[in-house]
Design a protein around this ligand. Sequence first.
Ligand code: ADP
Length: 489
Amino acid sequence: MSNEIFKVLVVDDEEGIRDGCKRVIERMDFPVETAENGEIAIEKFKKDKYSIILLDLKMPGMDGISVLKVIKEIDPAVIIIIITGYATIDTAIEAMKQGAYDFISKPFEPEHLRIVFNKASEKLFLELERTRLQAEKQSMLLDLAEEKSRIRSIIDFLPNGLFVTNAENKVVFMNTVFRSDFDITVDEGLSIDSYTDNKTYIKHIESFLDLTPDDDEIPHFELKLPNGKFLLSQGKPIFRGDISVGSVFIFLDITEIKALESLKADFVAKVTHELRSPLATIHEQLAVVMKNMPDTSEKDDKYILSRAKEKTKGLISLISDLLDMSRIEEGVHHYDTRKVNIPYVLENIVDFLRSRADSKKQSLTYECHGNVPEITGNQPSIESIFGNLITNAIIYTPEEGSIFVKVSLKDKYISVEVIDTGYGMDKKHIDKIFDKFYRVKDDNTRFITGTGLGLPIVKALVEALSGKIVVESSPGKGSTFTVLLPFDN
Ligand code: ADP
C-alpha cells in the first residue's frame, strides 16, 4: 500500500524543526506540509485531510493543547504526535490524555523521529486494513442474507410441499405449499406432531433418524389429506459423519395416479369377486365327482379330474391374492386399527400351520425373547404378513427341513425372523421377489404352484406400518425373512 494516502502536517514555530521533520518524513515517502503556528495549522486542517500531525506544544499564540482539542473534535481518528521540550513533559502527558498518540522530546535525532513516526504510521495501516476487512465482511453478510432470502423464495414458490426436520424431529423449515396442504397455522420450531396428527406418518418421519449412510432403501409414505388429496412423501436424511442430523421431506401429488389405481382395483375386485363363487362351486363339484367315482373308472379320467381340481384351487388362491392386493391398494389396512400383540398373533399362526409342516415332516419352532410391546395396526393385515412368510417357509423348504420363527426387540423395533433351511435363492432374485407376479423358477421350485403376489402383499402391509422387511438367502442353505416393525412409544 502506498504511503501517499497518508498526508502529514508538521506544526512548529521553529523553522529548523519544521524543515528537519519534513525532510526525515519525506524520505519515508509520506507527503508532508508544514505550519508555523496553531491558527495556520487549523486553517490547513479544515481545508485538507491529514492523517498524522506532529504538533509542538509550546508555540506563540494558540498553544499545542488547544490546537489538539480543535483538531480532535474535527477528526477524532487523526494521529497526533506531540513535540515537546523537556520542561513541558507534564503538558505532554496531559496531551496524551486528550487523545495524542505519542510524544517526542526535543532535541531529538532523526532516528528517534523515524521510530516514533513508523509506529504511528503502522497503526494507521492496521486501522485501514481493519476498516477494509470490516467492510468486506459486511458486504459478505449482505450477500449471504440476500442468497438466503433468494433460496427461501425459490423454495416457497416450489409447486411441491417441503419441510425439513432436525435431530430432535422438530420442523425447522417449511414452505407455503406444505403449510396450505396441511392447514398449518403454527410457525417452524415445533416437533413434528404439531403439524400432523397422522401417528403412522409421525413414526415414519421419526424412523429417519435411525437411518445410516449405508441404507440404500429409503422408505416413502402415502398420505391422504382431509381435502381428498393423495400425497407421496419422499424423504432424504442429512448426515454428519454417520449420524443423521435431520431430514428433508418433499411431497408429490399422486391424486390422479391414485384415482387410476382405484379404478383398476375396483375392476379387479369386481371381476375376481364374480369369478370366485363359480370357481369355488366348480372346485367343490369336482371333489364330489371324484369322491363318487367308482374304483373301476378309467385312470386317465381320474387324472384329468384331479388336474382340473388342482387348477381350480390355483385359480381360487390367485383370486384371493388379487382381492387382498386390491383391498391393500384401497387402504383397507388403515381401517379398524387396534392394539395388536405380535407374540399372540405368531403363536396362533404357528399353531394353525403346524399340521402343514408336520405333513412335510418339518420342525416348526417358535421363540419369543423379551417383553414385546403391543403395536397399533389392523390385526388381519398383521396376520397376513406372518401367515404369508411362514407358509412360504414351509412351501420352499423340502421335507424334514426346519422352520424357526423368532420374535425379539431391536432398538425401537419389534423384529420377527422367519428362518428356514429350505431351497434359498440366488442373490439376483432377492430384490425382485417383492415385485407383483415374480416367481423364482428353478429345479426345486418349478413344480410348486403360486401366484407371485404373497410377498408384494407382505411388503405393502409392512410399509403401511412404517416397518421394513429384509431378506437374506443362500441357495441350498435356506432363507431368513426379517420384519422390523416400530412399536408405539
Ligand atoms: P408365491 O409363493 O405365490 O410364488 P410370493 O410372492 O410369496 O409368491 O413369493 C415369490 C417368490 O419368492 C416365490 O415364488 C419363491 O420363489 C420365492 N420365495 C418366497 N419365500 C421363499 C422362501 N422362504 N425360500 C425360498 N424362496 C422363497
